[in-house]
Design a binder for this molecule. Structure first.
Ligand code: VAH
Length: 313
């Protein structure tokens, strides 16, 4: 049995669908703090789970005895700056509950997402390496950095096979993003199709590492399927994706929607968060350890997003 916590989120929704295709719907227990979203409804078993409710979570581990657990529940960077204590509590306490129950119930493998948000203003900004100075200045960022330390600690101390990826900003059409700084790269497609125009909240030249959700899901499953001896990083693997700016993605959209008009808001609080993050990432360790290869470049992302979104909005 595979237990997915935070199944209603941008990653969770897609991960549940992918895992159910491989393992069969009945073998993937989706869970979240509210009822299943439109994409997950009636597609397989769904439980109420609150990572801050120790009793509830312990009961679900005991009831389902999962062999794998994916913990995706989190408060992201932008929302986390509005609710700092809640973000720290949910991101950290939630992870510690899951790590403890995974040890107690001898879960074979655990996945927990980290992020490029673990890097900060003094980290190298171009081709950011796997190891470097990390001074994240968002609660989300340092909760992910602390979480990486805990994951490595539970691997070293208790032999727990926990694996992690530092996702870039993720772009997908099956589920909306959940309050991050990279959400503009999803909103732009919805707005282009619905209104023919979009005002982005980051400035035109703000380069950030991004990744298509299909690549992110494939990276996650490839990492989780790799033999344990190939995994040399037990904090979290850098994942580069592709880096682009709002004006570059707007230009790609214009190629398919010629009348599309892009504009840029001034002084959005998310600009400072984006400015503290790397502009590009070095993911040679993931390529070397478990053969990671990206598939979707910006033209392919743009084409796939617009084609699929047209059929759902
Ligand atoms: C966020 N989408 O913006 C998330 C992600 C790299 C960005 O962690 O907070």
């Amino acid at each position: 049995k595979i237990f997915v916590i935070g199944a209603n989120g941008q990653i969770g929704t897609e991960l549940v669908a992918a895992l159910r295709k491989i393992h069969g719907a009945e073998n993937v227990i989706a869970s979240d703090i509210n009822s299943p979203n439109y994409a997950l409804r009636n597609t397989g078993p769904f439980e109420y789970a609150n990572v801050l409710d120790k009793e509830n979570l312990h009961h679900l581990f005991d009831k389902h005895r999962p062999t794998q657990v994916y913990l995706l529940a989190a408060i992201l960077s932008a929302v986390g700056e509005q609710k700092p204590k809640m973000a720290w509590d949910l991101n950290m306490t939630g992870l510690l509950h899951v790590l403890d129950f995974a040890v107690e119930f001898k879960v074979q493998k655990v996945f927990w997402p980290s992020s490029i948000a673990v890097f900060g203003p003094h980290s190298p900004q171009h081709n950011t390496p796997q190891y470097c100075v990390m001074d994240p200045n968002t609660v989300y960022g340092f909760s992910k950095l602390a979480g990486e330390r805990w994951c490595e600690y539970y691997f070293e101390k208790y032999g727990l096979d926990v694996r992690s990826l530092r996702y870039p900003g993720l772009i997908g059409w099956r589920a909306n993003p959940g309050g991050g700084t990279t959400d503009y790269a999803v909103h732009i497609f919805h707005e282009a199709l619905k209104h023919g125009k979009y005002q982005g909240f980051l400035s035109a030249q703000t380069a950030l590492p991004m990744m298509y959700m299909d690549d992110a899901i494939r990276a996650t499953l490839t990492l989780m399927d790799a033999p344990a001896e190939q995994i040399t990083i037990r904090s979290s693997y850098n994942l580069a994706g592709i880096s682009f700016t709002p004006e570059e993605i707007a230009a790609e959209v214009k190629k398919l929607i010629p009348n599309f008009e892009m504009s840029y808001a001034e002084s959005d609080p998310r600009q400072a968060i984006a400015d503290s993050w790397p502009k590009s990432i070095d993911d040679s360790q993931a390529q070397q350890d478990w053969g990671w290869q990206l598939e979707y470049d910006l033209p392919k992302i743009t084409e796939d997003m617009l084609t699929n979104l047209k059929s759902v909005i």
